[in-house]
Ligand binder design. Structure first.
Ligand code: SF4
Length: 587
């Protein structure tokens, strides 16, 4: 058992220069539906920080909430709860002018360059639009060289935001300097300084119109992202996918943001173009000191570009830490499963792919406890079932998952309406499910008959095989067509699939083969389903076989010296670490 400890976030943040701190963030969508359905919990309480100038990757399967999280950080979605501190200020509380002002600092680049640009606008208009909306440039003025009270009038205004000023005026003398980011020739600015005993008044007049400055800025941005100045008057459809994404990036950079959410910025592009855009993003980050949240499902891209990675599942962050070590040695069971799906270029590497059962639960009805509990291959068992064989335990988990899926489907309007109207709902098929989920066995005499039938069919004596099966198995015992069953049995034997032939007969005529200590509980649950009470069946199974993973939300535990954290009960001292259990599964 490794030495882990619960994360003390405050210890960690002290050493960092964070631009963004996210605390307990939730984004729920009210369904707006009828019959009291639950909200969709797209982001369900996440905490993380992003250091100034770093790239944090956000990965996970589609539907895990990563895009909603990115959109919430730039206020394209409203947070339901929690806070997003940007330079220490909670932007979820911003409104009006404050919000508008902040929107300059945080931008987003969208996934699909085909649809994210308005085809009726020229490239110049598209990039210039945010400049127009925000009345760029501000012409913020810093006045240095005086302790007196300062007033700025004319075309500029006093810089009050502690941001880098567009124009700096040095008093006395009125010498000026213009910031690089503003395409304003110094000789087009005139300054008049008047000084009294207690104050200084700086009057600024600029001999260039704002629209001209904006056009110059757009041309400069085109060059910055590797396009040409003459592209200004062209339309998006005249460009390739990679060039269109460059336009999207130029637009996002127009207002000189500090923080950019890159929402799958290269996944719609050809592989050869992806590399160029990724290089461009890295260069821009270096040049302008940008901080990125890089959302992606392509894990190899994330590994290439991100300093740290957060792995998301069902609205939660399962693991977060430095990219290299997280990729080399994933600690969380979900991260491990996700990374096992990356194709390995080294054919000699015997990396085992972890196949997860089922699909992620609906964010409208997430599991209690750990979000990964319905699919986790190393879920903690209650101690009294530690000895149970893997096949039986997997069968019980599968039965629980199937009942859960059915309950979710049951909430469809049609099913609810059928129930309300007293019509028969589709609570059938439990026998079929049980046959699928649990192994079945025959009594010894029938097992022997089965082997004789296989031998006969294998020796080309099909009639004899049919006769043996007919003597020992009563067609009345099964709801399947007996002749079809025997035909399929013989085909299996001819195809060399003897085990499949055995299962075919055992499943139809045998008894569920589960150890005595769990048999009556499983049967009780099945009886509840037969009598149409799946809710009780589900609860019964949870009470009997549920563990801490079903009952309690995990905490983030520090799992490496660099402060990586993983959201899993298995990092607590009383449990085995996930990797130990994974190893035992391979054995
Ligand atoms: S807490 Fe850990 S072991 Fe339990 S279900 Fe979640 S990921 Fe798996």
């Amino acid at each position: 058992m490794s030495e882990t400890e619960e994360l003390r976030r405050s210890d960690r943040t002290d050493e960092r220069n964070d631009l963004v701190n996210v605390n307990g963030l939730k984004t729920y969508y009210e369904s707006g539906g009828i019959l009291g359905s639950q909200p969709v919990k797209a982001v369900d309480g996440v905490d993380f920080d992003i250091e100034r100038g770093e790239t944090l990757g956000l990965v996970g399967e589609s539907g895990c909430g990563k895009t909603t999280l990115g959109r919430t950080l730039v206020r394209l979605e409203r947070a339901t709860d929690g806070e997003v501190l940007f330079d220490g200020e909670d932007i979820t509380t911003f409104s009006g002018k404050r919000l508008k002002k902040w929107r300059r600092d945080a931008q987003i680049v969208f996934q699909d360059p085909e649809s994210s640009l308005n085809d009726r606008m020229t490239v110049g208009e598209i990039i210039q639009e945010p400049l127009d909306v925000h009345d760029w440039p501000d012409l913020d003025v810093d006045v240095v060289g005086t302790q007196k009270e300062v007033t700025v009038s004319g075309d500029g205004h006093l810089n009050e935001d502690e941001r880098e000023a567009d124009i700096t005026v040095e008093v006395p003398g009125g010498a000026i300097s213009v910031r690089d980011g503003v395409p304003l020739p110094q000789d087009r600015v005139s300054v008049d300084v008047s000084e009294s005993d207690s104050s200084v008044t700086v009057t600024l007049s600029v001999d260039v119109s704002r629209s001209k400055l904006r056009r110059a800025r757009v041309r400069e941005l085109l060059t910055t992202v590797g396009l040409r100045r003459e592209h200004y008057f062209r339309y998006p459809h005249q460009f390739s996918g990679g060039q269109r994404q460059r336009i999207g990036i130029a637009r996002a950079l127009a207002l000189e943001p500090e923080f950019v959410v890159l929402d799958e910025p290269v996944s719609a592009l050809d592989v050869s173009v992806q590399a160029k855009i990724l290089n461009l993003l890295e260069e821009l980050q270096e040049e302008f000191g940008l901080t990125y949240l890089f959302i992606a499902h392509d894990l190899s891209v994330v590994r290439h570009i991100c300093d740290r990675v957060a792995v998301m599942y069902l609205g939660h962050i399962m693991e977060i830490g430095e990219s290299d070590e997280l990729f080399q040695n994933p600690k969380n069971p979900y991260t491990r499963a996700l990374l096992s799906a990356i194709p390995d270029p080294d054919p000699t590497d015997d990396k085992r792919r972890i196949t997860l059962r089922g699909t992620p639960p609906s964010p409208r009805d997430p599991p209690k406890g750990c979000p990964f509990t319905t699919r986790c291959p190393v879920k903690i068992r209650p101690s009294e079932y530690d000895h149970l064989d893997e096949e039986t335990w997997e069968g019980i988990e599968l039965l629980r998952e199937i009942l859960r899926e059915r309950s979710r489907a049951d909430r469809s309007f049609t099913e609810m309406a059928r129930g309300v109207l007293g019509m028969e709902t589709r609570f059938s098929g439990i026998d079929e499910i049980v046959r699928e989920v649990f192994p079945h066995r025959l009594d010894p005499e029938r097992e022997q008959a089965l082997e004789r039938a296989i031998e006969a069919a294998d020796g080309g004596r099909e009639d004899e095989a049919r006769e043996i099966l007919g003597q020992h198995f009563d067609p009345e015992e099964t709801d399947a067509d007996f002749d079809d069953l025997v035909d399929a049995f013989i085909s299996d034997v001819h195809a060399g699939s003897h085990e499949q032939a055995r299962s075919r007969v055992r499943d139809r005529f045998g008894e569920m083969d589960v150890p005595p200590e769990v048999r009556s509980d499983v049967e009780t649950a099945i009886d509840h389903v037969r009598s149409g009470d799946e809710d009780t069946a589900r609860e019964y199974l949870r009470d009997q076989f549920g563990s801490v993973c079903d009952a309690e939300s995990p905490q983030h535990h520090v799992v490496s010296d660099t402060g990586r954290t993983s959201y899993c009960h298995r990092h607590r001292a009383e449990h085995e670490e996930p990797e130990v259990v994974f190893e035992s599964l391979v054995d």
